[in-house]
Design a protein around this ligand. Structure first.
Ligand code: NDP
Length: 449
């Protein structure tokens, strides 16, 4: 980086931190984009004149609200709800809802910021947003989850709509929670509209939406490998997490001939050296989605190793796909992956590698697929769910899978176009610049509003 660009970056980050104190995840997400965008802006001063980076780091608005609900013992409980509407430059606000005890404004601002670029990369008309609550769904009864979702939506409904803001699921929010929220929204507005995605198939949901984030990550990885004369067949892969994204990442990897040897949850990691099979994955899905158990039960059932409190990254592999949560790969983990000969890291989760870890991947020249490109498949099919809802029709599984593959291939093309550095492709730079341009050009065209 030129010294003048570095000065500009330092100055920009100093101002950002001053305006947004105590928000380290938001700072991290912005820094990773600014690193690539500031040198680009130097050569394209129109974006500087319109202060695009500064505007994109200030959400259009943030709604913070109290959610009152009642637990099974009749106690009144209160949680905090949020919706960060980051940018509607290229379409209605769009992004998931997260329910997790650690949800904070910081986390949701980083996620909404990332979402804006990710949605731009899909080529579909969707702005960026994210929302959630510090409600912890773990250990809650069915009735408690339902009542919380209804009360959360009772407030959020005033701020969303099919042409305004269209939420979806994320950590702790799957089809059960989306359905409860959709039911509440419909009840309040007396309209059947696509104001939330990830719905059940019998009431406006889209085929492939459940699978899309995981499948999409593997499609991007497949494009990256083939672009470099390699392939997925027989590759040894570590996956972290065992939720929605992890499950369908593993499913597609198995289908394409890779050997997946780990999955995890917040309690520990299982190591299945022979490779997780389709039958074992079906068992795990039932464990996680129906019985809501812990991955340790997989190790007990199939007599494989279980590492309590550990993440998978110390196990030797050729490819790593983190699918759990942010910053789950620290510097030491990244170094271990590289020392063990890892060829590629593709991010199913949002921002799962800390900044220094990403620097190590890029220095080592391995294939690195950043989250905003790799996990865009989920929101892409959400976008197509919105289209199907507007047209009041449903596309087939084959049609949607074909479109998903097309969108991931196009994201790969955009990353190559903007990230080519000599013989190698810097996918982080490519994704950042391509996502930025899509949103920035719309902001420039619409003037200073
Ligand atoms: P789920 O809630 O379905 O699964 C999350 C998984 O990650 C669980 O296995 C969970 O373990 C684990 N996990 C959560 N927090 C931690 C933590 N602090 N430490 C270790 N493990 C943790 O979520 P999703 O699969 O939907 O989301 C996973 C990631 O993918 C997130 O980063 C999300 O933002 C991202 N993403 C999701 C999309 C989607 O379509 N769902 C779209 C794009 C990105 P446990 O069960 O113990 O909590």
């Amino acid at each position: 980086m030129l010294a003048s660009d570095q000065d500009r970056l330092n100055c920009f980050m100093h101002g950002l931190k001053r305006r947004n104190p105590h928000q380290p995840e938001f700072h991290q997400a912005v820094y990773e984009v600014a690193l690539d965008v500031i040198p680009y802006i130097r050569d394209h001063p129109i974006y500087d004149r319109h202060r695009i980076l500064e505007r994109l780091t200030e959400p259009d608005r943030i709604v913070i609200f109290r959610v009152n609900w009642e637990d099974d013992q009749g106690n009144f409980r209160a949680n905090r709800g949020y919706r960060v509407q980051q940018s509607n430059a290229i379409g209605p606000y769009k992004g998931g809802i997260r329910f997790h005890k650690q949800v904070s404004l910081d986390t949701l601002k980083f996620l909404a910021f990332e979402q804006t670029f990710k949605n731009g990369l899909t080529g579909l008309p969707m702005g960026g947003a994210k929302g959630g609550s510090d409600f912890n769904p773990k250990g809650k009864s069915e009735g408690e989850v339902m009542r919380f979702c209804q009360r959360f939506m009772a407030v959020l409904a005033h701020h969303i709509g099919p042409n305004t803001d269209v939420p979806a699921g994320d950590i702790g929010v799957g089809s059960r929670e989306v359905s409860y929220m959709f039911g509440q929204y419909k009840h309040m507005v007396n309209q059947f509209t696509g104001a939330i995605t990830g719905k059940g198939l019998s009431f406006g949901g889209s085929l492939i939406r459940t699978e899309a984030t995981g499948y999409g990550a593997v499609y991007l990885l497949d494009n990256m490998l083939r672009h470099h004369g390699d392939g997925l067949e027989n590759k040894t892969v570590l996956v972290s997490g065992s939720g929605n994204v992890a499950q369908y990442t593993v499913e597609k990897l198995i289908e394409l001939g890779a050997r997946v040897i780990s999955m995890s949850d917040s309690s520990g990691t299982i190591h299945d050296p022979a490779g997780i099979t389709t039958e074992r994955l079906a068992w795990l899905k039932e464990l996680k989605n129906v019985r809501r158990g812990r991955v340790q039960a997989y190790a007990d059932e199939f007599k494989v190793a279980y590492y309590p409190g550990k993440r998978p990254w110390q196990i030797p592999c050729e490819i790593a796909i983190p699918c759990a949560t942010q910053n789950e790969i620290n510097t030491e983990d990244a170094r271990t992956l590289l020392n063990n000969g890892c060829l590629a890291v593709v991010e199913g989760a949002n921002m799962p590698t800390i900044q220094e870890g990403v620097d190590l991947y890029l220095e080592a020249g391995i294939l690195y697929g950043p989250s905003k490109a790799a996990n865009a498949g989920g929101v892409a099919i959400s976008g197509l769910e919105m289209t199907q809802n507007s047209m009041r029709l449903s596309w087939s599984r084959e049609e949607l899978d074909r479109r998903l593959q097309g969108i991931m291939a196009d994201i790969h093309r955009q990353c190559v176009k903007h990230g080519q550095e000599g013989k190698r492709v810097n996918y982080r730079k490519g994704a950042n610049i391509a996502g930025f341009l899509r949103v920035a050009d719309a902001l420039v065209a619409c003037g200073n509003i």
